[in-house]
Ligand binder design. Structure first.
Ligand SMILES: [Zn+2]
Length: 379
């Protein structure tokens, strides 16, 4: 993605500019009706920063033909967006719209004008520009624009975390993060250390219920033995669990959070969606599901790998306390609503250490689970 876009690059490629993913394309050579008289214009270096590319274009402007100048101004407008300079971006895009340009170039300019209003905190003013831009945009830019329009109108439904993350620079100044579904988990990022994008989650499917206000939380183990505390192993494990849950027909991984052996909190199902972890729908209502990676109950029937129980690590227990404290504070959850899975149905999940932890937290104590884990692991 850091290769300079070639001459005549696809529109989609050009539009990646605003995301900072590619160097700006050089102006298209004059085609069809006449032959360019100027020597070809070079692209700015692919590894140059947005500010350096902007300077590079600025220096080129005086020697560009009028067609090439318009292409350059489009590129500059997109770089101004990337640098959060909406007013200068608007000057550039209006210059393009004021000339007679192709439908694709008009669409880029209209899109840029719309985005500049988001940067200025005026998303309503950007709406008509975004709508105009749809006449000439292709995926993925068209998908991004449709998502922004729906979010402004309060009608956004599903959006994958990657799309929200790409649009975050525009949603945030426009005050629209809360309106974007899943944006809370994907973009605030305050509760999880590892986002769904980072562990390469599949997008959530539609067959889920919305989450009512969280008022309780439930701790689980994932029941899969895992020794490693490397981030790559944790991400692979969570992807594996997600695919098992999706294969059994669920919309997504059932839990809202995972905690790995190193104490990292990984983002699971969005907190906007009811989980699938505690039991039936009644049990899942308003119930935040937290799963610690590892098998804390021996399951000899699943073969030798499962025969021996593991113990949560100290880092895992500390992260569980940290996450619980954050959830309790954010949603005003009563400490009397901190549960182990076995409270809701007959199961050995999550094992004795975590059951002890939940019992202690419910009784207003906080260290029993941690010290039990420490004692059991000899730390
Ligand atoms: Zn469980």
């Amino acid at each position: 993605m850091h290769v300079p876009a070639p001459r005549g690059a696809s529109l989609a490629g050009l539009l990646l500019l605003a995301c900072g993913l590619a160097a700006c394309a050089a102006p298209r050579p004059a085609q069809d009706s006449f032959i360019a008289l100027e020597p070809p214009v070079q692209s700015p270096p692919g590894d140059a920063s947005a500010a350096e590319r902007l300077d590079w274009w600025e220096a080129q402007l005086p020697r560009l033909s009028s067609d090439d100048r318009l292409e350059a101004r489009l590129c500059m407008g997109e770089l101004y967006l990337e640098l959060r300079r909406p007013e200068e971006a608007r000057y550039a895009f209006y210059e393009v719209l004021g000339a007679s340009v192709s439908a694709r170039e008009q669409a880029r300019a209209e899109r840029g004008l719309g985005l500049s209003e988001f940067l200025d905190g005026q998303p309503q003013r950007g709406l008509s520009h975004l709508e105009n831009s749809l006449r000439g945009l292709e995926a993925p830019a068209a998908e991004e624009v449709r998502f922004l329009i729906a979010t402004v109108r309060g009608r956004a439904s599903e959006a994958d975390a990657g799309l929200i993350a790409r649009m975050d620079p525009y949603l945030k100044p426009a005050g629209l993060l809360a309106a974007a579904p899943m944006a809370a988990a994907a973009s605030k990022g305050s509760l999880a250390d590892v986002s769904r994008t980072q562990w390469k989650a599949q997008a959530m499917r539609a067959n889920h219920d919305p989450m009512s206000k969280p008022y309780r939380l439930t701790v689980h183990h994932t029941a899969e033995p895992l020794e490693s505390d490397a981030l790559a192993s944790s991400c692979a494990e969570v992807r594996h669990i997600q695919s098992m849950h999706v294969q059994q027909g669920w919309a997504d991984v059932g839990y809202h959070f995972f905690i790995d052996r190193a104490g990292r909190i990984l983002e699971g199902r969005s907190l906007d969606a009811q989980g699938a972890h505690a039991g039936n729908s009644d049990a899942n209502r308003g119930n935040v599901g937290i799963a610690l990676l590892g098998n804390f109950v021996p399951q000899p029937s699943r073969g030798p790998a499962y025969a021996k129980a593991q113990v949560p690590t100290t880092a895992q227990m500390q992260a569980l306390d940290r996450l619980t404290d954050a959830l309790v504070a954010r949603y005003n959850i009563s400490t009397r609503e901190i549960w182990a899975h076995e409270h809701f149905r007959e199961t050995e999940c999550p094992g004795p250490q975590l059951r002890g932890w939940a019992d202690a937290r419910r009784a207003g104590r906080r260290s029993a689970g941690t010290s039990a884990a420490n004692a059991a692991s000899g730390k």
